[in-house]
Design a binder for this molecule. Sequence first.
Ligand code: SF4
Length: 440
Amino acid sequence: MWKYHPELLERPVPRYTSYPTAADFNASVGSPDLDRALKNVRLCDDMSLYVHIPYCDQICWYCGCNTDRANRTHRLTAYMKALFAEIDLVAAKLNHRGRVKRIAFGGGSPNALFAGDFKALLNQLKTVFQIDGAVLSIELDPRSYSAEWQELMVGAGMDNVSLGVQSFDPAVQAAIGRVQPLDMVTDMVAHLRATGVTSLNFDLMYGLPDQTMDILRKTLEQTIALAPERIALFGYAHIPSLIPRQRQIDDTHLPDARQRFDMAAFGYDFLTRAGYQPIGFDHFALPGDPLGQAGASGTVRRNFQGFTDDQSDILIGMGASAISEFPDLIVQNEKNTGRYRACLGQGQLPAAVGISRNFNHQMHGAIIEQILTNGEADLATLGGAATYAGRLAPFINRGLIEIVDQRMKLMPSARPYARSIAATFDEFRGQTAGTFSQAV
Ligand code: SF4
């Protein structure tokens, strides 16, 4: 069982889906840099594509994603036109270089689109990229799983499907503005299984308003009964000053820091006892699933989609706010859909901000990724353990990490502190710490 050290969790820290993090992006990096990076992709480079749909039929109050209501047809039509233009532009810059290993559709909710529009999007990708054999993933909102989408999914060839669930408890669902009965999810899972989906993920949350330990336990039991191969159990990050829609959540009903910690610990214990393998600090996978296999072989990676078995060093994001990642560059597209469309209307790549990753960033990023994915890191590459002795002392003194021959290893009880430990290797923190969420 994990031991609670509140003093180690006091400091808000990034989730480190990249290093440097999005908080460190700046406007001096943009379209010319992305243009150059795309032209530098080699014929033999493996790469993954991410396509962002920033719309949902209903907006959940807790959501921190870049998404908006999909309530106007002309808005979706205009967005899709720009997205198609971006896909064509990126493909032209790549000029058949790079091998597409994966395509992920996220948002928002891709199934906020009309099924016909999504089909056209898939066809467009097939036309301009060589995607035979690529692993296809999609995030779906059970509330928008219409008859048309059910029909589409039969032949879509999706390998991984991720469902936003959060909690099965009706009172908690009402308190977070996301009401979707258990039957709705059960029926959807049965349908997805019938279409051949073999890797299903449920996104769950702890730390939600009115959520008790018993409520969390029941949701976990109901989840296990539906047997998703993957489960992500996130801590709800309540930052209404940054995410105005969260003001609809009554923060007097939120669990406190100690309760959050206990929920995270309970979830870990429950899921590992149920046969799930822990992946990083908040993901779980069955051993037979590709993510579980990556966990067992120490090859899990971390990117903008979380913990993944994706081994590509190149991720090309398309759509408003999508992020592209190369070994020496990270760039993010315009978040505002109007400006995104305007760039593409002028035939320009819509990158707005980013950061060049120098050698130092890459070395620190590798250490942070190793800590979060495998729970160990070779500090010799960063000048040796002595350089970090002072900053790591609070973790060493509590028996959470040990260092032998420059190699740092996190103990099993250090899992909830992994982000805080990773943050000791973050050269950028200090000035911007206040914009992040609680470490657990
Ligand atoms: S469906 Fe997902 S992306 Fe859309 S508002 Fe809800 S949580 Fe956010």
